[in-house]
Design a protein around this ligand. Structure first.
Ligand code: 4AD
Ligand code: MG
Length: 431
């Protein structure tokens, strides 16, 4: 007898099989009893019939509670009325464990309660759909870079210095006398990698001690960060666009069912084709003004502003050349307009806001040294970084895509917390 998984039942019509899983729920209608079984690959109906199924099995059925683990034996039958088109006519049930009272009942729960039970909440269809889409996003992004000859280079998590500003740095003791910081971005290491391999990317967790409780901020999030030697702002704007197209294509190709379960409109995603909208910071400012927002030149956009700008477009929009003063020390200033940086942010539509940040890097050793000094960063811990400009400096550029922000948009989530298996927020470190 074959031991099978639910995703393959179609191949076993009229055959006797066993399936292991968990009980989602059960219900009875007269002489017929139904179990809804979940095994990680899908859910299906298991049927017992009074008078036909043996007494012992019927007794076991009555004892089963929600989320009990079990192995079911029976015959696969085609049944139009069954969800998925097949059911298993049960001849035997082996119980692995009768579950205690399951805290997540099939009723409404508050987000706080569900987040406290995140380890169990992952079993629900909606959470599985989101996290399967996340997997597809990561796969598509990595395949995109692999196919274009990028080398995967893992960046360290313990770092000696800040990369994205000292105010959001997590600090930890490093063997008593020294301090280490949790990486805010792998970028600086990717710059070293680009000088060795030409085109590199890293994919890993990054950390920000963001004291903001917004729907866009996690304290631990995952980024994919490409970096290219002999490249400028234009190169990475094109690359960011091509990456997002590849991600959307990958997701609609492999996860249509999950997108539908989440109520997403596939047609909207099919429109995510090049060219994306490209505007300057100054033009973005005009959009804000037209929307009645007074916004001074020289400041970075807040979440609310990004929402207004991104609602303005039906596809992602690339905003380039922000005021240099709002951006990180490593950005190269535009030689034609030194008050702006050669940088770009990509904003997702539907009000989702920034999903990508990047640009061209400062490649002049003297200017970079001065920028490090002005940013109040320790010259010592950046000496290695300056070496990249001392020994064969070349124009180079890159960006970072925040995986959770992208998943939140693709899945239409209200908050990034559902886009990662175990979110870390300012007020959440459990489970
Ligand atoms: O714009 P950011 O801060 O850029 C960098 O870290 C660059 N060093 C990347 C590079 O050029 N290699 O972050 C990049 C992206 C953002 O666009 C956003 O999608 C995501 O990372 N991100 C966050 N996601 C969740 N929670 C947070 N607190 C995030 N901060 C940034
Ligand atoms: Mg940014």
């Amino acid at each position: 007898m074959a031991t099978i998984t639910i995703d393959t039942v179609g191949k076993y019509e009229d055959q006797n099989v066993t399936i292991s899983g968990w009980l989602t729920h059960k219900r009875s209608s007269g002489r017929i009893h139904f179990l809804v079984l979940r095994d990680g690959t899908g859910t299906m109906q298991a049927t017992l019939i009074q008078g036909e199924t043996d007494e012992q099995t019927l007794k076991v059925y009555t004892e089963l509670t929600q989320e009990s683990s079990l192995t079911v034996t029976g015959t696969i039958r085609k049944d139009k009325r069954a969800p998925g088109g097949y059911e298993i006519l049960v001849s035997g049930i082996e119980v692995l464990q009768i579950a205690e009272d399951y805290p997540i009942a099939p009723k409404e729960h508050g987000v706080g309660f569900l987040m406290d039970h995140r380890h169990l909440w992952l079993r629900s269809p909606r959470q599985q759909a989101i996290l399967r889409i996340r997997h597809a996003v990561v796969n598509a992004a990595r395949k995109f870079f692999d196919d274009q000859g990028f080398t995967l280079l893992d960046a360290p998590i313990f770092t000696p210095s800040s990369c994205e500003g000292t105010t959001t740095l997590f600090e930890t003791e490093y063997f008593g006398d020294r301090k280490a910081f949790l990486s805010q971005s792998g970028q600086l290491y990717m710059e070293a990698g680009a000088m060795a391999f030409g085109k590199v990317y890293c994919y890993g967790p990054t950390f920000r001690a963001e004291k903001s409780k917004t729907r866009r901020h996690l304290t631990e999030f995952w980024m994919i960060e490409p970096e290219i030697a002999f490249a400028d702002l234009e190169t990475v704007m094109k690359l960011a666009e091509a990456l997002m197209v590849a991600i959307v294509e990958g997701v609609i190709k492999t996860r249509q069912h999950e997108l539908e379960l989440l109520g997403r409109d596939i047609k909207m995603f099919e429109k995510i084709q090049p060219p994306f909208y490209i505007i300057s910071y100054d033009e973005a400012l005009q959009i804000l003004k037209d929307a009645g927002e007074s916004f001074p030149w020289g400041e970075d956009f807040g979440g609310g502003h990004e929402t207004i700008i991104s609602n303005h477009f039906d596809k992602p929009v690339l905003i380039h050349r922000y005021p240099a003063q709002t951006k990180a020390f490593y950005m190269k200033n535009d030689p034609h307009r030194p008050e702006v940086a050669l940088c770009v942010d990509m904003l997702a539509p539907e009000g989702y806001g920034e999903i990508i940040g990047g640009g061209q890097r400062e490649d002049d050793p003297a200017i970079l040294k001065e920028k490090i000094r002005k940013a109040d960063l320790s010259a010592e811990s950046f000496d290695w970084y300056l070496d990249l400009r001392r020994y064969g400096s070349v124009p180079h550029a890159g960006f970072g895509l925040g995986i959770e922000r992208a998943v939140a948009w693709l899945c239409g989530l209200e908050h990034v917390r559902e886009s990662i298996p175990f979110p870390r927020l300012m007020d959440r470190l459990y489970p």
